[in-house]
Design a protein around this ligand. Structure first.
Ligand SMILES: Nc1ncnc2c1ncn2[C@@H]1O[C@H](COP(=O)(O)OP(=O)(O)OP(=O)(O)O)[C@@H](O)[C@H]1O
Ligand SMILES: [Mg+2]
Length: 297
């Protein structure tokens, strides 16, 4: 077999099949039923999501991947109750989501810490709003800050932290509210490549120690395969579920698995789902420019 002829990721070993059978037996933490979202725009109606349905099991880490504009952020905003769907429903722990609530935590790509509060005060903010005493909120905040490895920086302010450190605080702040599901929309997208890799490992380490279900939006294939139990691949225009891919790569994950056959085969499969043969040129702006203006070389 040449190196390009990878075994199909669908040829699951008995161990992998057993792993996913165990995953399916776990309770459903998040259920999405027939979600459709249309936006009225000056250019007409945009159907961002069309009849999207899927379930995420307790303690599962699911990545959602798809081309730019396919509705990933719209989806995650609806799941977190920040946006209402045109039709369909979302259930977290069996209860319909009707707005933002303590069951759902959110970490965005942009740095969203309160700049006037220290690291500790940022993490204490949610528990204090939920009615906890300052003493309880502070001792809990210390534990979350310790979990993300920033104990030495608890009195620092956001402007004194690197991008990766800010996102670790954002994770601690979201976890401090003890949500059932943590939604992350390209949280490492603004970081340099090395910091991004480190953050992926940090996230897996944190997830190992916290009883939480994670839905993680990304457009990075390696990130999706490295983090996920399963990957939801979305089609664009309109955003529809293309396939839900079970990642056969064993846990615990490490960077050394990037070149394992199961990692490469899964990556290749998702790449093919996202870039079906014959569609590459349609999405290339340079080609459009060349066609519309033949004088431009
Ligand atoms: N508030 C809005 N009003 C009108 N159209 C919107 C709105 N929000 C999103 N859209 C449209 O819905 C579609 C999906 O957008 P969305 O931001 O969810 O995509 P995305 O997959 O997150 O993209 P990216 O990868 O670039 O972040 C796009 O066509 C976008 O223009
Ligand atoms: Mg987005």
């Amino acid at each position: 077999m040449s190196t390009l002829e990878l075994p199909s990721y669908l040829d699951q070993t008995p161990e992998v099949a057993a792993r996913f059978s165990r995953l399916r037996e776990r309770p459903v933490a998040l259920e999405v039923r027939g979600l459709t979202k249309r936006f009225e725009t000056p250019r007409g109606v945009v159907t961002a999501l069309d009849d999207v349905s899927f379930s995420v099991h307790k303690r599962e880490l699911m990545c959602v991947i798809g081309p730019s504009g396919c509705g990933k952020s719209t989806l995650v905003r609806i799941l977190a109750g920040l946006e209402t769907p045109t039709s369909g429903e979302v259930l977290v722990g069996g209860t319909a989501v009707s707005g933002p609530g303590p069951d759902c935590g959110m970490v965005f790509q942009g740095y969203t810490l309160f700049p006037w509060l220290s690291v500790k005060e940022n993490v204490m903010f949610g528990p204090k709003m939920a009615g906890k005493s300052s003493f309880t909120a502070e001792s809990e905040a210390r534990e979350w800050i310790d979990l993300v490895g920033l104990s030495r920086f608890e009195n620092a302010y956001p402007h004194q932290l690197s991008g990766g450190m800010k996102q670790r605080v954002a994770i601690a702040r979201a976890l401090a509210n003890q949500p059932r599901v943590l939604f992350m929309d390209e949280p490492f997208g603004a970081l340099d490549a090395q910091t991004r890799c480190n953050m992926q490992s940090y996230l897996l380490e944190i997830w190992k120690n916290v009883d939480i279900t994670i839905v993680f939006i990304t457009h990075d294939l390696d990130e999706a395969v490295y983090l996920s139990d399963r990957i939801l691949v979305l089609d664009a225009n309109p955003g529809r579920v293309r396939e839900i891919v079970e990642v056969p790569v064993p846990r615990p994950r490490s960077e050394s698995q990037l070149f394992d056959p199961s990692f490469m085969a899964t990556r290749k499969h998702i790449d093919e789902l996202m870039h079906p043969p014959g569609q590459e040129q349609k999405d290339t702006p340079v080609m459009r420019l060349a066609v519309s203006n033949p004088d431009v070389v």
